[in-house]
Design a protein around this ligand. Structure first.
Ligand code: NAD
Length: 311
């Protein structure tokens, strides 16, 4: 083991957790991994992760427990019913890297602290490519001491970690950022479809907007039409990238938080609605920028009868 090596319980070895755990093991930490799917445990073993018999067993031996699970209910169930908090040594640091509801994240913090543990929420951006390359961005919520202790581990799995505030602040930053992204991708897509109808080429609109006030990541990096940005998913039949169902999930979490806060944010709520429909249909396996096709295919207001000649 290298200097400063920790024993880490890592629960959830899926698309993201698998490579994150592997990078920690590669950096010389002892990683005790657990997932409900045995084949993922076998795969992790090939990257130096030791297979634990259960999440509680991994937690019992760990200094730090990292979770990378689908949703808040999985994290809360693991901490509670599945006995992970009860099994851990007092003072163990629990870092949840899953993307979950802000309310659930705060509940997870409370449960950990009530059990004599310490907690940090630290969701990520960067996707599977970032998880494999160790270049994720972490958005963390919790105390300064907890963030300072987590930082050396986060820096193995990522390039950047921002301490955003107290419990739940990491999740809050993640959903606010992705609400901007979801809305701006729809805005950019609608502008391209409008441009098409006005006879404007994709390249001309790109050349103007990408150097003018319309500039944003959705346009200049993840451009939703093929051509102007050769690396964008539009040039590979919308293979993700950032899959539409993940955008739909994050916007759903943002919508929950908007409702809980009584905030009137029609664009955020509309983006959540449009991405939920896209992810359940044509976008199920596509990058989120593919939503441009659904905008192009929507019936026009003329088709719907608005302004149509009644004769
Ligand atoms: P995934 O479904 O591939 O992995 C989740 C894993 O958790 C699965 O292997 C599942 O078997 C395991 N699991 C569920 N309940 C468990 C339990 N009680 N005990 C042990 N294991 C359990 O999902 P993913 O793509 O790795 O995403 C994980 C989290 O990261 C999600 O919250 C997601 O929103 C977030 N995220 C994903 C991406 C991405 O590009 N995939 C990007 C950013 C954030």
């Amino acid at each position: 083991m290298v200097n400063g090596a920790r024993t880490i319980g890592f629960v959830g070895l899926g698309h993201m957790g698998g490579p994150m755990a592997a990078n920690l093991a590669k950096a010389g930490h002892r990683v005790l991994g657990y997932d409900l799917l045995p084949e993922l445990l076998d795969a992790a073993a090939g990257s130096g992760v030791e297979a634990a018999g259960s999440a509680a067993e991994a937690a019992a031996a760990a200094d730090v427990v990292i979770t990378m699970l689908p949703a808040g209910r999985h994290v809360l169930s693991l901490y509670g019913q599945e006995g992970v908090l009860a099994a851990a040594r007092p003072g163990t640091l629990f870092i949840d890297c899953s993307t979950i509801d802000v309310t659930d994240a705060r509940g997870a913090h409370q449960a950990a602290i009530a059990a004599g543990m310490r907690a940090l929420d630290a969701p990520v951006s960067g996707g599977v490519v970032g998880a494999e390359a160790g270049s994720l961005t972490f958005m963390a919520g919790g105390g300064h001491a907890e963030f300072a202790e987590a930082e050396p581990l986060l820096s193995v799995m990522g390039d950047k970690a921002v301490h955003c505030g107290g419990p739940g602040a990491g999740q809050a930053a993640k959903i606010c950022n992705n609400m901007i992204l979801g809305i701006s991708m729809i805005a950019v897509s609608e502008a391209f479809v409008l441009g098409e109808s006005l006879g404007l080429s994709h390249q001309a609109l790109y050349d103007v907007a990408s150097t003018a006030s319309g500039q944003c990541w959705a346009l200049s990096v993840n451009c939703p039409v093929p051509g102007p940005v050769p690396d964008s998913p539009a040039n590979r039949a919308y293979r993700p990238g950032f899959a539409a169902p993940l955008m739909a999930k994050d916007l759903g979490l943002a919508a929950n938080a908007l409702h809980a806060g009584g905030i009137d944010a029609p664009l955020g709520l509309k983006a959540a609605e449009l991405y939920a429909a896209y992810a359940q249909g044509a976008g199920a396996e596509r990058d989120f920028s593919g939503i441009v096709d659904t905008i192009r295919q929507r019936p026009t207001t003329r088709d719907q009868g608005n302004g149509a000649d009644p004769t």
